[in-house]
Design a protein around this ligand. Structure first.
Ligand code: KIV
Ligand code: ZN
Length: 517
């Protein structure tokens, strides 16, 4: 890859990312994360803002000492004491960078710069800011040759003034110029043009690398980052999972995978080892306590999950029908077919095959109808549920009695009562019966006894959840004894445990009846 084709990846998870509300990492945690970022292959790790706190100073110092495969960067404002602190924290760095700068939009300059110190008019303040920027770069150069200058709030800055600042800081020695869309205000077309215009209009622009640093206030940080790259930016500043100040920063995983997947369009690449993305994302999520939404691109739990019938069918024929990235390429667990009420027969048959069940078309149809009943009640049907359904179906015997209706009423201070409708094979009219009991299951069993005219004694009863969660399938097992003391075992499954219990009892009675034929 030639130098021109490479986009430098500048990770700011440990600095801008850690500015996300409610997060604070310890020194050791920061080092651990920096080690992982280096493994991921980021070119620059912005390790912190040393003047801001002793903890930040110590973190930058430690990371600079321990990590030699990436450039370690320290943030500073365009003031001497900040730059000196950054320089001191980076002293042991094999490759250290100072990232200095200041707000250059009119609103930043007018609001942040006091009249008595910086001048009464906006123009006077702008001149002063320019001067401070140049001095800051020169000061930083005393510590390292690698100086990056940020023109904060470039997205809303006055163009001519921005060009002037960029030209002056490059002339002063800045090797990278960061054009942040600090407030996430830009539209991709505008931001891309901003980068292209700077490169075109600033006479010494060829002497520096232009960097994009986009925030997500309008949900366009990644789009803006990519627009910047398409227009000549050769460094992207991102955070893992897009964490950061307010709505966050451009997500590293999304930006780099967009560049890689659409290399045909961008004609550049990064040195990122994408196989480390998923792991890094999980680490950041756990350390910062910021949950990754399931639908998050690249690293979300559903990023490679297929559920609807049409998608599953296409995916099973050829994953490329519905996947543009292979999960293994980003270190994610393999693609999953998630079984839900929208899954078709093909998806169910495939999963049955994976679980080792060979089913005929007729059997598949019956299991599929039962699967749909369960899927309507649960958000996701798990492998254990499928196994229970198949087991239940395969154990089926002659249905002498069919439980067509069950209603149970119970609760604190009420007498548990059940009413059932049971159809007996060969008889036209189902029998309706009602009974009370010690509990809802007992009441249901008594009503079933009345409706079937049979009274097997319950010898054992148990119920277990097939999977976890409050919508789990319940599997009831009941052992009954006939009048000769012969034991029959019935099983029933349902998301409703009373229904599972009643089904298990009817199943046991059917087995008893079948043995007598
Ligand atoms: O968003 C921003 O402008 C920043 C700068 C400090 C680089 O984070
Ligand atoms: Zn920022």
């Amino acid at each position: 890859m030639s130098a021109e084709e490479k986009v430098i990846v500048f990770d700011t998870t440990l600095r801008d990312g850690e500015q996300a509300a409610g997060t604070r990492l310890g020194v050791r945690e920061k080092l651990e994360l920096a080690v992982q970022l280096a493994r991921l292959g980021v070119d620059v790790i912005e390790a912190g803002f040393p003047i801001s706190s002793p903890l930040d100073f110590e973190s930058v110092q430690l990371i600079a000492k321990e990590i030699s495969t990436a450039t370690i960067c320290a943030l500073s404002r365009a003031v001497e004491k900040d730059i000196d602190s950054a320089g001191a924290a980076l002293k042991k760095a094999k490759r250290g960078r100072i990232h200095t700068g200041l707000g250059i939009s009119d609103i930043h300059i007018a609001s942040k710069f006091k009249d008595d110190k910086y001048g009464k008019t906006l123009e006077a303040k702008k001149d002063k800011a320019l001067d401070m920027g140049v001095k800051a770069v020169k000061r930083a150069k005393e510590y390292t040759g690698d100086v990056e200058f940020y023109c904060e709030d470039s997205g809303r800055a006055d163009r001519d003034y921005l060009y002037k600042v960029v030209e002056a800081v490059i002339a002063a020695g800045a090797t990278t110029v960061n054009i942040p869309d600090t407030t996430g205000y830009s539209i991709p077309e505008q931001y891309g043009k901003l980068i292209a215009d700077i490169i075109k209009n600033v006479p010494n622009s060829k002497k520096a690398v232009f960097s994009v640093h986009c925030h997500d206030d309008l949900g366009m940080s990644v789009a803006n980052t990519l627009a910047g790259v398409a227009n000549g930016a050769r460094q992207i500043e991102c955070t893992i999972n897009g964490v950061g100040e307010r709505a966050g920063n451009a997500s590293l995983e999304e930006s780099i995978m967009a560049i890689r997947t659409r290399k045909d369009f961008f004609k550049v690449d990064t040195g990122i080892n994408a196989k480390e993305l998923y792991k890094t994302s999980r680490m950041v999520s756990e350390m910062l306590g910021i949950f990754v939404p399931p639908n998050k691109a690249i690293v979300g739990a559903n990023a490679f999950a297929h559920s609807s019938g049409i998608h599953v069918d296409g995916f099973l024929k050829n994953p490329l029908t519905y996947e543009i990235i292979r999960p293994e390429d980003v270190g994610s667990p393999k693609s999953a077919v998630v079984l839900t009420a929208r899954t078709g027969r093909h998806g169910l048959k495939h999963r049955l095959g994976e679980l080792g069940y060979e089913v005929s078309d007729t059997e598949l149809e019956t299991i599929y109808q039962r699967f749909l009943d369960v899927a309507d009640k649960k958000t996701e049907v798990f492998d254990e549920d499928i196994a229970a359904l198949v087991g239940d179906e395969r154990r089926s015997v002659e249905q002498t009695f069919e439980l067509q209706y069950l209603h149970v009423a119970c609760g604190t201070g009420t007498l548990p009562t059940a009413s059932v409708k049971v159809k007996t094979k060969g008889k036209d009219t189902p029998i309706i019966a009602a009974a009370c009991g010690d509990g809802p299951v007992d009441a249901a069993y008594e009503a079933i006894r009345i409706a079937t005219g049979l009274s097997p004694k319950v010898d054992h009863y148990s119920i277990k959840a097939v999977t976890g969660g409050k919508d789990a399938l319940g599997e009831a097992t009941v052992k009954v004894l006939d009048e000769d003391g012969v034991r029959f075992t019935g099983r029933g499954i349902s998301t409703d445990i009373i229904e599972a219990s009643a089904k298990a009892y009817v199943d046991a009675i059917n087995r008893m009846a079948a043995a007598k034929i």
